[in-house]
Structure formats: structure tokens, C-alpha cells
Design a protein around this ligand. Structure first.
Ligand code: WTA
Length: 659
């Protein structure tokens, strides 16, 4: 070590020790919300204070009641209010911001497209007219299976305009997963594309979409965006409609935004749960949009003049709420990037921040861990001084990664919001308000104003500071899911039953996360307590992976668990018992992995497939997943005395260690 290095090293170690950070004064001065009294106001004037969120929107008709809780837990928000989401995200900014950028799109190969609010308005209208012409009516569900290209938000807003809820299926899902979701939603209109670029290669998307469509029960109308032009591996056929031609054919069309009830469905989004079937989470027009706008305003500090970048994929809820609906409702400029952070080189994100003068960056801990590994030379090569706020979402962030982000990206001048929420919550629930609250690396923070959360033991009693328990939310909030699509019963069973104790006359929402709280009321989320694995911030149900694996000929039984992974947070481990006569070869392993990719998608690819003669089971025949997790993590094994077959765990352990 040279002498020159010393001060920095000292600072680094001081930073390592520091457990609390106060919001930078320069940020506080200009923050959208900086008065601590907001917490009290929500508390004292609950639920009416939620009008603050609704007032960020333009309503066709005011609500008569903020919250109707007469039919718990089927809560209704902003009752009798009427509005249109597309008008709120596009039309109402035309007066003042027609020529300002709504979407700055950056393609992976370096091409860019800017949509001003006026241009966005035009395309949304034209595509809305096209959808109508193709027979899409109010309340018909339109499926989108698209990567990060502008046609995706345009199609979403066009649907919102005509009151047709969308169901966006992440582009990385397989054909089978697409078909399953279209069938479950009775959706017979699909918007997709010919392909997209990933690390410079033109990927075929259309064949996957077609394979999916071939398994949809009804006759499907398919609209294909032409992303690749001559590079497309699969050509658009005559019985498919071309997105750009549809827009052109409706050039200049004006479609009046359909007036929707606050409680009308804006969209649904499938997510993974404990059982094999994905859950169709229903979000509404008034409550969801108010909540997305309010949290973008209060937490992300979005202002109309900002250039704001959420680097998630619109195929997941984060992109819905914080690339499309929240930021556009506030009339800001939302950056949308098609590609990966390391193409063409590992400085791509920082190049974008510098070039566009990005003010807020909202990304996932997985990405931050990758940046950390790549080294500081990449961010250091760029001017990141435009940044004012940083955010993370999707998985717990370890304090080291937090501090790296704070120092090397934020230059110790940007607050970090570590935001806990879910597909079901519609928007952020637990995080610090960046202009008010001190930050504690690794802890998301207190619940947002108006949100009431607790950490409880199995009987529903709060566990007290420092102890692990289950996270519950005690009061409804505007952005909450209203039900699971056409399945009220499952909605009740999945989220409400466990801790809703009739004697207390109160329903509580159970997000299926474990957590602990400290003396300041700061909540640290510890991870899922159901059979859901969080791989790089993607929710994957163990049952879905297991059912893909047992579908492979030669597999007798399978158990899938999540194990810790340095980069991905968690990774998928599959323990497989083969049928008699099936050899445990590398080829067979590859076949199993391929089956998972085919059933779900490449993002659910198992990290390891471990062949085992038996699975650890209790005397009643239940698989002891905890032990399999311990083995995957290389941890000390928990209690094995209740096992019917205690020897097997040591056999599996030595196999894993040998691999
Ligand atoms: C996890 C993504 C720790 C959690 C918005 C939750 C987090 C699941 C955080 C939801 C965070 C999300 N800290 N864990 N800041 N944010 N999670 O539905 O387990 O894709 O239940 O929504 O991600 O994932 P989903």
C-alpha cells in the first residue's frame, strides 16, 4: 500500500462501519416531500389523507368515498371516481409538455428513439384505433409478449385508453408459459414482435410467440412489431398484423379515452406463488394509478423536468409502475433501455446516465453486485453528477453493495431508497422517504406514510425488535391487488387467511415474506417464507420448476429449493430421483435443464441438478426442504431426527460437495 492510498482506505473502512446515513442536505432542500409531519398526517387522517395520492391525477368525476371497507378484504378505493389512465399519462401533459420527451428509448445496438408527449399521444391514439378495428372492446384482455421496445408502453397505454386491461407476459417466458397465461385470462389478442437484440445477436421471438399461440384455446389475433427488419430470423406472415402498418392505417385517428370507474381493472399481471399455477393479480384504474403516481412523487422524487431511469423490464411489475404508469402520470421523461448492462461494454449504464443526464436511477441489487464485481473504473470513466437519487428493488441488498452504490455511483450525495414491495402491492410499501428519513444499509426502512406493517409470530402477535417473524400489512392501501383474476377464493386463501383473526375483527395482508424490525421501526426483509425463490429479483415458484422437471421422461421425483448465490441472491437447485434404468448422465441433466427452460423460460434455469437415490422425508412423507436448502448453501445441517431416512441427507451432502 502506498501512502496515497491510505486516506481512501480509511474512509472505506469508516464507511464499512457506518450503520446510518443522513439524507444529503442538497437533496432535502429540493425534495418533493421533506416535512416529517406527513407521517402523522396520514396516521391522524386515515384513510382520507390518501386523497393526496388521488389528487396527483386528473379525474373525470370525483370519488364519493375514499375507502369502502364494508366487504373486507374486498376493499374499494376512491369509490365512484371516474378517470382514464391513458389520458392521465399522456393527454393531460399536452398543454405544458407536448414537446418534452415522455420516453427516451435506447436500443441495444445504440439506436435511439425519443417520443415527446405529443408523439406518444399520436401513437397511442392510432394504436388504440387499430385495436378497436381489430375488435378489441372494453374489458377484453389484451396480452403483450414483448421485450423492451417502445411498442410495449404504447400498446399498454392504448389498451388503457379503450378500457381493455392488458396482461403483459415477460419476454423471457417460454411459449408454454405464454399459452398458459393467455388461456387463464381468456385472452385472444396478442401483441408481440419479430425479435430483439441481446448482446448484439438478433433473437427470434416470433417463433416462440407462435408456438405459444398454437396452444391457446381460442382463435388468436396476433399483432407483430417489426423490430428487426431484415435481421429477423422469422418473417411476419400474412395472417399476422404488423404493428407499424396498423398505426399507419389509422394515421391521425383520435380515440376518446373511455371513462373508467376507479375500481375497473387497469391490468392484470401473473406472478408466482406456492402452487404450480401462476396467480393473475388484478390492479385497478384509480387506486393503482394514484398509488404509482404518489410513490413516484414521494419516494423517487420525480419531477416533470427530470430524466428518470428505472432499469427494470416492463414485463415485471416494477416496469409497469415505475417505467410506465408512475413517471408518465407525473409528466416526466422516462428512460427505457433495451439491452443488458454489459453490452457493448461494462460501462453502458454509466454512459447512458452521462449522455442523458439521468437524475434518478432505480435498479436491482443483482445489477449492483455485478457492477461491484466489474470494478469502479467503469463508473469512474463517466460524469455521474446529474444523479440525485438512487433506488433498489426486488431483493434484499447487502450492506456492502449498498455502500458501494452510495459511494461509487452516488458520490455520497444521493440518498438511496431500498424499496420493499410486490406485484400484489402495486407500488412501494416499505422504504425511507428520501428527504426525511435516515438510511440504514440493508434495511428497507419504515413503512411509508399511511402504510401499517408489523412483524408477527405464528399466532399473529408482534415479535418485538430484533426478532425474526412474518411481515404483515394491517391496513388496506390504494395500490393493493383487488383479487386474483376470476378467483376470489384463492385470493382469500393465499393472502388473508393465515393471520386474519376473527376475534380481532381485522383482516391482515400476508405477503409471504420474513422480516425483522429494529428499535427505530426499520424493517429488514429477510426473504420469502413460502415456496418461492427469488433469482436475480425474479420470482419463481418451486412447484413450477418441479412440475417441469417431473415432466421429463426418466424422472421419478424432484424437489426444488433456493440456495444462496453471490451474484443472483438466490439460485435454483433441483434434487432429482431417476426412474429405474435411467442413467444419471450429463446428457440427462442437460435434458432436465432444457425442460425447465421450455416450460418456464431461461431465467428459471437451475444452477445445479443433483441426482439422489432418495429425498429427505418426514415420517408422514413430507419433503424436508429446509435440509435441502442447508445442503445447497453448504450450511450446517438442521435437525434430522424427525426424518424417516436420516442417512440420505449425508449421502446427498457428499454428492453435492463432490460435484
Ligand atoms: C422481494 C417486485 C427485500 C420480496 C417489486 C417480495 C424484496 C418479492 C425487496 C416481490 C426489497 C422486493 N428487499 N426483498 N427491497 N423488494 N423483495 O412480486 O421477497 O416480483 O415478496 O415484486 O421480492 O417480488 P415481485
Amino acid at each position: 500500500m502506498t501512502e496515497d492510498d491510505e486516506p481512501d482506505v480509511q474512509l472505506e473502512s469508516r464507511l464499512e462501519e457506518q450503520a446510518e446515513f443522513t439524507p444529503p442536505a442538497s437533496f432535502v432542500e429540493q425534495a418533493n416531500v421533506s416535512d416529517e409531519s406527513v407521517y402523522e398526517e396520514f396516521e391522524e387522517n386515515w384513510p382520507d389523507e390518501w386523497e393526496r395520492a388521488a389528487n396527483l391525477l386528473e379525474w373525470e368525476q370525483e370519488w364519493n368515498q375514499v375507502l369502502d371497507d364494508s366487504n373486507e378484504p374486498f376493499y374499494q378505493w376512491f369509490v365512484d371516481g371516474k378517470l382514464n389512465a391513458s389520458a392521465n399519462c399522456v393527454d393531460r401533459h399536452l398543454d405544458e409538455r407536448a414537446d418534452e420527451a415522455a420516453i427516451e428509448w435506447i436500443g441495444e445496438l445504440g439506436e435511439t428513439r425519443t417520443y415527446t408527449y405529443e408523439e406518444l399521444h399520436r401513437e397511442v391514439n392510432e394504436f388504440a384505433a387499430a385495436l378497436r378495428e381489430l375488435g378489441v372492446g372494453e374489458d377484453d384482455i389484451v396480452t403483450m409478449y414483448l421485450p423492451m421496445i417502445p411498442e410495449l408502453p404504447i400498446a399498454m397505454l392504448a389498451c388503457a385508453r379503450i378500457g381493455a386491461p392488458h396482461s403483459v407476459v415477460f419476454g423471457g417466458f417460454s411459449a408454454d408459459a405464454l399459452a398458459e397465461r393467455m388461456n387463464a385470462a381468456n385472452s385472444d389478442v396478442l401483441v408481440t414482435c419479430d425479435g430483439y437484440y441481446r448482446r448484439g445477436d438478433a433473437l427470434d421471438h416470433l417463433s416462440k410467440a407462435r408456438n405459444g399461440v398454437s396452444n391457446v384455446e381460442s382463435e388468436v389475433t396476433t399483432i407483430v412489431a417489426d423490430r428487426l427488419g431484415d435481421d429477423a430470423p422469422t418473417a411476419i406472415s400474412d395472417d399476422e398484423y404488423v404493428f407499424s402498418e396498423q398505426v399507419e392505417a389509422n394515421s391521425g385517428a383520435v380515440v376518446d379515452p373511455v371513462v373508467r370507474d376507479a375500481e375497473d381493472m387497469l391490468f392484470m399481471m401473473y406472478t408466482s406463488g406456492t402452487t404450480g399455477k401462476p396467480k393473475g393479480v388484478k390492479h385497478t384504474t384509480g387506486g393503482y394509478l394514484s398509488y404509482a403516481a404518489w410513490t413516484s412523487h414521494a419516494v423517487l422524487d420525480v419531477k416533470p423536468d427530470d430524466t428518470y431511469w428505472c432499469a427494470a423490464d416492463i414485463g415485471w411489475i416494477t416496469g409497469h409502475s415505475y417505467i410506465v404508469y408512475g413517471p408518465l402520470a407525473l409528466g416526466t421523461t422516462s428512460v427505457m433501455y433495451e439491452g443488458t448492462p454489459d453490452y457493448p461494454d461494462k460501462g453502458r449504464f454509466w454512459e447512458i446516465v452521462e449522455e442523458y443526464g439521468v437524475n434518478q436511477l432505480y435498479t436491482a441489487p443483482t445489477a449492483i453486485r455485478a457492477f461491484m464485481k466489474w470494478g469502479t473504473e467503469y463508473p469512474e470513466a463517466h460524469d455521474l453528477s446529474s444523479l440525485r437519487l438512487l433506488g433498489t428493488v426486488g431483493e434484499p441488498i447487502n450492506p456492502r453493495a449498498w455502500k458501494w452504490y452510495y459511494k461509487h455511483i452516488g458520490n455520497e450525495e444521493c440518498p438511496i431508497v431500498d424499496t420493499w414491495w410486490q406485484t400484489e402491492t402495486g407500488g412501494m410499501m416499505i422504504t425511507t422517504l428520501p428527504g426525511i428519513k435516515k438510511m440504514k444499509p440493508g434495511s428497507a426502512g419504515p413503512p411509508l406514510p399511511g402504510i401499517s406493517a408489523d412483524i408477527v409470530d405464528p399466532s399473529g402477535d408482534p415479535v418485538g425488535a430484533g426478532r425474526a417473524g412474518h411481515l404483515v400489512v394491517n391496513k388496506p392501501w390504494p395500490g393493493m391487488l383487488r383479487t386474483l383474476y376470476k378467483n376470489d377464493e384463492r385470493f382469500l386463501n393465499e393472502y388473508w387467511d393465515e393471520y386474519s383473526i376473527p376475534e380481532r375483527d381485522q383482516w391482515v395482508y400476508f405477503p409471504e415474506d420474513g422480516a425483522k424490525v429494529d428499535d427505530d421501526g426499520y424493517i429488514t426483509v429477510l426473504g420469502r417464507v413460502d415456496d418461492v425463490i427469488n433469482v436475480s429479483g425474479h420470482r419463481i415458484g418451486t412447484m413450477e420448476v418441479e412440475s417441469a422437471i417431473v415432466g421429463v421422461e426418466g424422472v421419478a421425483e424432484a424437489a426444488v429449493v433456493g440456495g444462496n448465490h453471490e451474484m443472483k441472491g438466490e439460485a435454483i437447485y433441483g434434487y432429482v430421483i431417476t426412474e429405474d434404468g435411467q442413467d444419471e448422465t450429463e446428457e440427462f441433466r442437460a435434458e432436465i435443464v432444457a425442460a425447465v427452460e421450455e416450460d418456464i423460460g431461461p431465467f428459471a434455469r437451475p444452477e445445479a441438478v443433483i441426482f439422489t437415490p432418495e429425498l429427505p422425508k418426514t415420517r408422514s412423507g413430507k419433503i424436508m426442504r429446509r435440509l435441502l436448502e442447508d445442503i445447497a448453501n453448504g450450511d450446517e445441517l438442521g435437525n434430522t431426527s424427525t426424518l424417516r431416512n436420516p442417512d440420505v441427507v449425508h449421502d446427498i451432502e457428499s454428492k453435492v460437495q463432490g460435484d
